[in-house]
Structures are given as structure tokens and as C-alpha cells.
Design a protein around this ligand. Structure first.
Ligand code: NAD
Ligand code: ZN
Length: 357
């Protein structure tokens, strides 16, 4: 098992290892003792791991109750959030007690927000079960729900008390989710550590034989994220690096009406930015080729594929970028690769970005 400290305003540990779910109760009781725990999970993950987590918590003396919502981003909304809050209140949770998010990013974001606002904030634990949630959404304290007007528009910063990543749960993750999550792993390679692009070579498909590699790789990504958020908890500077590929990626997601998964859209975004940076002479030649190879291991789109006709054209892309919640009147911060493992943050006007792309 690996242990990584996240040194934000409130410090906490991220634990990574195979089989940790069975010991979750004990690990949680040690880090953050409490009497009651409400598990929030979705209809897929709850079926696989809900009982195991509840039993482990009971063995460590927690009184538990489980709230299950129907899986899917379309349920990351105010209605489910208020159902969760009502459930927590019915269970009479107090500030001494805990919420536990068991699932992917949708579960973590929503359970985290419920914990952030119930009684003006109670503690919660993240037990991420998707690759994306493990390397990205469960660490760093961003929580949110979607509004009809846009994704993640209502949220709060609320750091968890503990994060437990059991690498064995990825065995039940649908292949497309598994691969999509690797786009975020490749992102860490591009912004910080070129070694990651080597480490992923044999991980194109999940098997029980790759536990050790997964543990090391996920630990490395969490370490990078932990360092970034410790330096810039509320995204005023360095944390923007984590948005590499996301400005274009979000626009692609939107323009394709979310037909593409998040990681798939981010893959296209990273490719576009790297190709543009190469053309502008700002990035080492060959970087986009290496990125493309890495994405192909997971069958991720590169924007160069034969089904490219389905991708948005330049005007649709720019229109959606302008609607990005991170854009302001005088432009948007974009992340520009300089070489594999190093990126720069730059504010660009829309006109400049259009020309650059
Ligand atoms: N808070 C942040 O910093 C942050 C960062 C990135 C993304 N996000 C959010 O994360 C969400 C996307 O996360 P996601 O891709 O994990 O989505 P998700 O939670 O919907 O999970 C994807 C699918 O996989 C299933 N699943 C998850 N783990 C499983 C497992 N081990 N076995 C079987 N099925 C499993 C889920 O039920 C779901 O159907 C988005 O809402 C995004 O906005 C948040
Ligand atoms: Zn992302």
C-alpha cells in the first residue's frame, strides 16, 4: 500500500493498493473515527461493492446506511443532491459523523458537495472506483453538481478526510471508462512526468496481472495532483496546469452533445494543443507523435481518426470555448506544451486562441 499526503489547508492521506476495500472500515476508523457513516453510491458500483464496504465499516464499529442513485452524469443534479441531503438528515448524521463516496467522479462530486453543505460542512471520505476518479476527481476537494445551464456550475471546495483507492475494483469498470480514464493519466505525463508515457505501455487492458503497475502509476499521478493542489488549492495559478487539453476538450464534449466521454474529448484537446504548439515552434518537434502513440494504446481518439467527420468544425469549437465557464471578457487561460513533461500557462484572447489552433 502507498500513502500520499495532500498538504492543503486541511491535510489528508490518499491510500493506494490492491484489496483495500476489505479493510476500509479499519482505515477510516483510524484516520477519522466516528459513529455513523452514510455511504453514497450509484446503481452500478453499489451492486458490486456496496455490501463489502458496509460490512467492513460495521466490523469497525460504524452504524451504516447506504444511499443509491441511478448511475449517470444526467443524475448529477440538484434533485439527487437534495435526495442525498434528505437521506443524511433522516439518518440523523451530526458533525461527528461521515459521508462516504463510493463510486466514480459523479458520485464523488455529488456526495462531496452534500457533505460540504450539510450542517455547513461535515467530513467525508472518497473511495473512487473509476480510473478518472482515482487520479483526478477524488483528490483536491472540488465538488459540484450540474445545472441545466451547464456542467459543474454549482459546487464548493471541500477537501475529504481520507481517500482510499483499491486498484482491484477497476476489474469491473467498463472498458470504455477504463480507457477514457487513461487520458487523464497521460495528461500527467504531458504536464509533469515523461516517465508516465513509458509506464502505461502494457496497461492497454485491465488484468489482475497489472496490479503492481497500476498501484505505482496511480500513486505517481496522485502525487503530482497533491503537489499541485497543495501549492494552489483554489486555482489561482499552478492548478490551471491540470486543465491541459480541457479547454478544447470541454468544447468538443459540448459540441458533440456528450457523445464522447470526458477522457476521449480531453484526448482530442491535448492533441490539438500539442499540434498547434509544435506548429508555432513553441513545443519540441515530435511531441504530438509521442502523445498520439500513448493515446492509441487505449484506443483514444486523436482527432486524426477516420471518424473525424463527426468532430466539430472550427466555428463550433470556438463558439463553445467562448461559453466555457473559465473564459472571461479578456480571454482564457490555456495550457501550452513545451515538451513532454513541461507545459506553460498563458492567457489568450479568443482571437489569439483561434489563430493558435
Ligand atoms: N472534482 C473534480 O476535480 C473532477 C475532476 C474531473 C472530473 N470530475 C467529474 O467526474 C465525473 C466523471 O467521472 P467518471 O468518469 O468516474 O464518471 P461516473 O462516476 O459516471 O462513472 C462512469 C461509469 O462507470 C461506472 N463505474 C464506476 N466505477 C466502476 C467500477 N469499479 N465497476 C463498474 N462500474 C463502475 C459508473 O457507475 C458509471 O456508469 C464528471 O461528472 C466530471 O465532472 C470532477
Ligand atoms: Zn478531466
Amino acid at each position: 500500500m502507498k500513502r500520499i499526503k495532500v498538504r492543503t489547508g486541511k491535510e489528508y492521506d490518499v491510500l493506494i493498493g490492491g484489496g483495500l476495500l476489505a479493510d476500509a472500515g479499519e482505515l477510516i476508523a483510524k484516520a477519522r473515527p466516528g459513529r455513523r457513516a452514510v455511504i453514497v453510491t450509484d446503481s452500478n458500483v453499489g451492486g458490486y461493492y456496496g455490501d463489502q464496504l458496509a460490512e467492513s465499516l460495521s466490523r469497525s464499529g460504524f452504524e451504516t446506511a447506504t444511499f443509491v442513485f441511478t448511475a449517470g452524469e444526467e443524475n448529477k443534479n440538484a434533485r439527487t443532491l437534495f435526495d442525498i441531503l434528505g437521506f443524511i438528515a433522516d439518518c440523523r448524521l451530526t458533525r461527528e459523523d461521515l459521508v462516504i463516496a463510493l463510486g466514480g467522479g459523479v458520485t464523488g462530486d455529488m456526495a462531496g458537495l452534500a457533505a460540504a453543505i450539510y450542517m455547513r460542512g461535515i467530513d467525508y471520505v472518497q473511495v473512487p472506483t473509476s480510473i478518472l476518479a482515482a487520479v483526478d476527481s477524488s483528490v483536491g476537494g472540488k465538488t459540484a453538481i450540474d445545472l441545466p445551464q451547464g456542467k459543474n456550475l454549482a459546487g464548493a471546495f471541500h477537501q475529504p478526510a481520507l481517500v482510499i483507492i483499491d486498484t482491484e475494483v477497476f476489474g469491473t469498470l467498463p472498458m470504455r471508462d477504463y480507457c477514457s480514464g487513461f487520458a487523464e493519466i497521460i495528461k500527467y505525463g504531458m504536464i509533469e512526468d515523461p516517465q508516465i508515457l513509458e509506464q502505461i505501455k502494457d496497461l492497454g487492458e485491465y488484468s489482475s496481472a497489472i496490479q503492481q503497475e497500476l498501484e505505482e502509476l496511480i500513486s505517481r499521478c496522485v502525487e503530482i495532483k497533491a503537489d499541485v493542489v497543495a501549492e494552489d488549492e483554489f486555482e489561482g495559478g499552478k492548478r490551471r496546469l491540470l486543465n491541459f487539453g480541457h479547454t478544447v476538450g470541454h468544447a468538443v464534449e459540448k459540441a458533440t452533445n456528450y457523445r464522447l466521454y470526458h477522457g476521449e474529448a480531453v484526448a482530442i484537446g491535448m492533441m490539438r494543443m500539442t499540434q498547434a504548439a509544435e506548429r508555432a515552434g513553441r513545443c519540441d518537434a515530435g511531441a504530438s507523435g509521442k502523445l498520439e502513440q500513448a493515446l492509441k494504446i487505449f484506443g483514444l481518439p486523436t482527432g486524426k481518426d477516420s471518424n473525424q467527420a463527426n468532430l466539430p468544425d472550427k466555428d463550433a469549437l470556438m463558439e463553445n470555448i467562448a461559453m466555457d465557464k473559465k473564459s472571461t471578457d479578456d480571454g482564457i487561460y490555456v495550457v501550452i506544451p513545451e515538451r513532454i513533461g513541461k507545459c506553460a500557462i498563458e492567457k489568450m484572447s479568443m482571437a489569439r486562441l483561434e489563430e493558435f489552433l
